[in-house]
Ligand binder design. Sequence first.
Ligand code: 5GP
Ligand code: MN
Length: 323
Amino acid sequence: MRQKVIKEILAAIQSSQSFFLTSHINPDGDSIACETAMALFLERLGKKKYVIANRDGVPEIYKFLPKAGRIIKTSRVKGYFDVALILDASDQERSGNIIDLKKQAGKVIVIDHHLSAVPFGDLNYLDRESASCAEQVYNLIMAKFGEVTKAEAISIYAGIVTETNKFQEANTNPAALRTAALLVEAGVIPTAICKQIYEQNCLEQIKLLGEVLSGVELKLGGKVAALTVTRKILRETGATLEHCEGTINFARSIKGVRVAVLFREQDDGFKISLRSKDDTNVNQVAVKFGGGGHQRAAGFFLRGSGAAVRKKVLAEIKTILNK
Ligand code: 5GP
Ligand code: MN
């Protein structure tokens, strides 16, 4: 099944000349990794005509990745593309709708690894067991060339290391570790990548972390830890939403906590992130509110006031904790 779809995707790429690449809104390490590795792959195939566009900008910490400079931030791209490659976006809405997939693309190829993945492409390479989407791009490259270049390896490694949270999360499986080892053999220096991603924090981010963590609250008898990023905190610390990345893990790390929740205040509601420490399926909560993700990491947006949103979300978390 996997080999068949990989073959079909390679054939579609090979017979096409122009490409549109995107990932999901608020792109993360895996998103940027997939896009940059795919861009390098296309170039290696001699395919020079491609546009990479995301609705939101490339987070500062991923700008070192090769070809990251090719990624544009826009909500709309005009023109027609032989192939649209949608990477790491579990559904069409999540991909930001930057082009009209029906009118502006000859063929839509979806590559994704989310539990909530929807096969909305003409070709769908979905692998819910894959720790990262970057590994799926790796499999594509390996199926074609049998080896990866150092630049491709750097991107893919960045995808794996961020998506597994430095090989700490439950998605860290033999395939992810094996691929990582092969990428190191291809020239990746793990400590150099980790330095780029995790050791270049700006002062604003650390101040934000301090403010947000000092407001941590335990709920549901200590099984849930809640954090809130208000617009006021962002204003006062000078940090931006992208600086919240990873903050939620501190809440989850508290002894006895099974689920951590982070509320990020937006104009008309809250962006909510969920993380679970055990097998609790937080994706179920996210899907209930129109979002998605993985069993242990999921997210969604909820309109409403702080109090109302917190009440609804905590009630839903309570339900899954009792399952
Ligand atoms: P985060 O909490 O870091 O934003 O996201 C955690 C996981 O949930 C990621 O895999 C992300 O792609 C997914 N996710 C976050 N927000 C949404 C959302 O609004 N919709 C969907 N479908 N997935 C989301
Ligand atoms: Mn992602």
